[in-house]
Design a protein around this ligand. Structure first.
Ligand SMILES: Cc1ncc(COP(=O)(O)O)c(C=O)c1O
Length: 330
């Protein structure tokens, strides 16, 4: 009964299930305390206390219609608080009208891709990558074009990106701090990439959108910081979520922020809001939107992730492996 496309995708993603089953087998064999599951980024650190306090307050709020539909873009005050925080963090003036609340970063990526892609449009994906990107791109009739990053530093190669762009290229997905490598893309590399993309945009008379997938932006170590993309790429869209920064992956809450410098931005925002509605998300969960204004300044206990990063890295080096030291992500 199912479509051949879904059947095909099921076989392409069967390794995820195989990994899960192998983990269950090993746990049975060696004990649950001896087998660690790195297959998906499901945080085991509890959300910050302020999240629980804000949630209790939101649940006990007696005002009517708090669980109803709202504007498909999300609550105005929540979008305003996200815009204010982003303006502070990125140095670009982001307005609430440039924000759409979403069902996590996964929902946000689907909304952005649905809004941008015509059938057959190409999206550059930097390898290694979060495996769901390929399915998300396929969901909306796009074609993934994989571009390798440097094999030792995992930094993108702007020249390779330049060569991969053609008249069908609509977007490139970047992810920094990066899953799975933990690398933060350097400012110099991103600036070079911006130059190369701008040259191609001029050549083809088209816009190439940089979709910056940032769910790990707050999980950074040793004072590292990801470079804000808005100041580097004019045609850029941030997708972010609170799955990792507040340990809320099951609650499906995130957002899209479009660079205020994008030309004809109102049409883009209208498209994003329409896609959020018609993909069936309708709007991001009301309850978890309402905890955000109070929780935006909080972050999970990053120190705990850092201790694990140090233990894993130090021991791998001791055992003779060569690897980079992750600067972020969990
Ligand atoms: C790189 C990357 N992007 C997006 C997502 C999706 O996150 P969310 O739970 O916000 O949909 C994940 C989840 O692990 C991820 O690692």
């Amino acid at each position: 009964m199912i479509s051949s496309k879904i059947k095909d995708n099921l076989s392409k993603s069967s390794f995820i299930r195989a990994m899960f089953e192998e983990g269950a087998k090993l746990r049975k064999q060696y004990g649950a305390d001896k087998v660690f599951d790195f297959s998906i980024g499901n945080p085991d650190i509890e959300p910050p206390v302020i999240v629980k306090e804000a949630l209790i307050k939101a649940v006990m709020d007696e005002r009517p219609k708090l669980h109803g539909y709202m504007s498909n873009a999300g609550f105005a005050d929540v979008r305003a608080s996200i815009a204010a925080r982003l303006s502070k963090d990125t140095g670009s003036t982001v307005s609430p009208e440039n924000i759409v609340m979403t069902c996590g970063a996964g929902g946000a990526l689907n909304v952005v891709l649905k809004t941008l892609l015509n059938p057959g449009d190409e999206v550059i994906v930097l390898s290694p990558y979060f495996v769901e990107y390929l399915f998300y791109i396929d969901n909306h009739g796009g074609k993934s074009v994989i571009v390798e990053t440097d094999h030792t530093t995992f930094q993108p190669d702007p020249e390779k990106v330049y060569k991969a762009v053609n008249e069908k290229t609509k977007a490139i997905i970047i992810n920094s701090p990066h899953n799975p490598t933990g690398v933060i893309y350097s400012r110099a590399v991103l600036e070079k990439m911006a130059e190369k993309l701008a040259a191609r945009e001029k050549e083809f008379g088209a816009s190439i959108c940089v979709i910056s997938d940032e769910p790990y932006s707050k999980i950074v170590y040793d004072g590292a910081q990801a470079t804000p993309v808005f100041e580097i790429f004019k045609n850029s869209i941030i997708v972010d979520s609170f799955s990792k920064s507040l340990s809320l992956p099951g609650e499906r809450i995130g957002y899209i922020a479009a660079n205020p410098a994008i030309e004809n931005i109102q049409l883009l925002m209208d498209g994003l809001i329409f896609a959020n509605r018609t993909l069936g998300f309708v709007n991001a969960p009301a309850l978890f939107q309402r905890i955000l204004p109070e929780s935006l300044g909080a972050v999970v206990e990053v120190e705990q992730y850092k201790r694990r990063r140090d233990m894993l890295y130090d021991n791998l080096i001791k055992f003779g492996y060569e690897c980079i030291k992750p600067e972020g992500a969990c």
